[in-house]
Design a protein around this ligand. Structure first.
Ligand code: 5GP
Ligand code: MN
Length: 336
């Protein structure tokens, strides 16, 4: 693996660059990808962002969002771009399985791969790596790459700043998770100075849902929330009929799990959703409780200590039962 610093010289001449990010991209995935896009195009490169799947409407206002190609909608065009690229940036993920079928194409491409990421346990598929699990967002690492590796602070224009602000804001829970260091606040201050309209960005991301989504949230809290006080754990499970009833689309379930964690004393919260192909789990925890360990060990997933995810081929009921049956193993960590 080569030091990321070598990219500075390599990027002097124009390249064909593909930027990709993880399945069902979130605010950090799209913010860091479009932030890097809006920077690299200023350097004269030919750049494309390929998202492996669709992503929430509340991210589709990001500067130059219309330039994003969704792999599942344009497989042939995506495959051609990846095959012809000489650099592929992989942002906010570190295992090619996280980008589904696109992973095989990236692996097979002759392009040099650049991983910029903050998740644990990276797989070895990259040629250059900017990886730091202490970063609050991949967008923070992209900022660091532009400013410190590339020495291009002057190219952080309003579009770049807006995208990176969005990535840091969403992955830090609006600057409240423990990863929000003084350095993160300094970066955020710089991004606002460079043109990021903070109040507007918060509104576009957080106040951009449908009426159906708000009523769906009401249903989750009123009818679906289960609190297991003996394990300081709360749980919301959702059937596919409910997803249909409330016309739930990509992004509408994001943030719901956090409500289950707002109950006094709760250390672990789970949102378990019956998706068309598999049952998907989202876990959130407080303090040093390792939500990612449960996802890795039992649900073919992973993530961060306090925010992790996984899935199951079992039925919704069986997955909920399995989740509950795991709790005794963690009782000592849950009851403190
Ligand atoms: P969410 O609950 O919002 O879907 O995901 C929270 C975090 O868990 C993500 O940032 C990601 O790091 C991780 N994650 C979610 N789903 C998966 C999965 O299926 N596999 C792995 N390895 N990580 C996941
Ligand atoms: Mn992230």
């Amino acid at each position: 693996m080569l030091p990321i610093a070598l990219l500075k010289e390599k990027l002097y001449k124009p390249h064909h660059i593909v930027i990709t990010t993880h399945h069902k991209p979130d605010g950090d995935a799209m913010g860091s990808s479009l932030g890097l896009y809006n920077y690299l195009v200023q350097k004269g490169h030919s750049v494309k962002v390929i998202a492996p799947t669709d992503y929430p409407v509340f991210l589709q206002w990001l500067p130059n969002n219309p330039e994003v190609i969704v792999f599942t909608e344009k497989r042939e065009e995506s495959a051609k771009l990846v095959a012809e690229a000489d650099l592929v940036f992989c942002l906010d993920f570190n295992a090619l399985s996280r980008i589904n079928d696109l992973g095989g194409l990236v692996r097979a491409s002759d392009a040099k791969k650049v991983m910029i990421d903050h998740h644990l346990e990276p797989e070895n598929f990259d040629d250059y790596r900017h990886w730091n699990i202490n970063a609050c967002a991949t967008a923070q690492l992209v900022y660091d790459f532009i400013v410190n590796t590339m020495d291009d602070k002057a190219l952080i224009n309003k579009d770049v700043a807006t995208c990176l602000y969005t990535g840091i804001m969403t992955d830090s829970g609006s600057f409240r998770f423990p990863t929000t260091t003084p350095e993160v606040h300094r970066i955020i201050a710089e991004l606002i100075s460079c043109g990021a309209e903070n109040a507007k960005i918060h509104q576009l991301v957080y106040d951009n849902f449908s009426e159906d989504r708000l009523r769906f949230l009401g249903n989750c809290l009123l009818n679906k929330l289960e609190v297991l006080y003996e394990y300081n754990t709360s749980l919301i499970s959702i059937t596919k009929e409910e997803l249909e009833q409330y016309h739930i689309t990509t992004g509408d379930t994001e943030g719901v799990v956090n409500y289950a964690l707002t109950i006094n004393g709760i250390r672990l919260a789970a949102l378990i959703i019956e998706r068309p192909d598999r049952v998907k789990l989202s876990l959130r925890s407080t303090g040093d409780f390792p939500a990612n360990e449960i996802c890795k060990k039992y649900f073919e997933g992973g993530g961060h200590r306090n925010a992790a995810g996984g899935s199951s081929a079992d039925s919704l009921d069986a997955t909920v039962s399995k989740f509950k049956s795991i709790l005794p193993e963690y009782k000592n960590l849950l009851i403190v």
